[in-house]
Ligand binder design. Structure first.
Ligand SMILES: CC(C)(COP(=O)(O)OP(=O)(O)OC[C@H]1O[C@@H](n2cnc3c(N)ncnc32)[C@H](O)[C@@H]1OP(=O)(O)O)[C@@H](O)C(=O)NCCC(=O)NCCS
Length: 165
């Protein structure tokens, strides 16, 4: 089940909050431009992923840039391909686009999961504005992109993500 611009998410919102709480210790579920919600036959939310359009001024890329987040699978159902599906369903929305870059910030432990989709590490840390404060997350930043021109994105120490997702 793929929701664009959050249309249709309402009946599942409480379950999405619960999944976020289980996976990220935070029950917030921010609005998104593209959202994938996987539901089983019993109408339980089993996986979630979301992307928003976001400008990354540090990179100054001549591409539409996006932030991928909330990639999460119920703990008891991990290791069965649902995480892969959650990422691939979001990526499907990009297949028709000519040029784009998708960034994410994940734990060191999860970086190999994203590398399976050809995301590459481009920075060691991400900075955010969180609750009005400037904070640094000491977690890698990964990026995947499609471009008609040659683009070189060197490795950086920190990339600013702006407001948290
Ligand atoms: C990360 C997460 C989404 C993976 O979901 P999952 O359903 O277990 O993953 P899948 O079963 O689809 O695995 C897909 C592939 O990635 C691999 N993989 C899964 N988690 C991995 C990890 N942490 N590190 C390296 N590889 C990983 C699997 O072995 C599998 O490889 P294969 O296709 O070559 O067999 C899930 O563990 C999760 O929800 N974690 C908590 C929330 C979280 O940390 N999300 C990431 C936020 S940045």
């Amino acid at each position: 089940m793929l929701f664009f611009s959050d249309r249709g998410v309402d009946p599942y919102f409480a379950q999405l909050q619960e999944l976020s709480g289980e996976c990220f210790d935070c029950t917030e579920v921010s609005p998104a431009d593209i959202r994938f919600v996987d539901i089983d036959r019993r109408k339980r939310v089993i996986a979630h992923s979301a992307a928003i359009k976001r400008e990354f001024r540090d990179l100054a890329l001549p591409l539409e840039t996006w932030l991928l987040g909330y990639v999460s699978v119920r703990e008891d159902l991990r290791g069965k391909g649902l995480g892969r599906k959650a990422v691939e369903e979001i990526l499907k929305a990009f297949t028709k686009k000519e040029e784009w870059a998708i960034l994410l910030n994940c734990s060191l432990k999860n970086a190999p999961f994203y590398e399976k989709f050809r995301f590459e590490r481009i920075a060691n840390k991400a900075s955010y504005i969180r609750d009005g404060k400037f904070v640094i997350d000491e977690d890698p930043v990964l990026m995947m992109y499609k471009s008609k021109s040659d683009i070189t994105v060197g490795h950086r120490d920190t990339i600013h993500f702006g407001e948290d997702f």
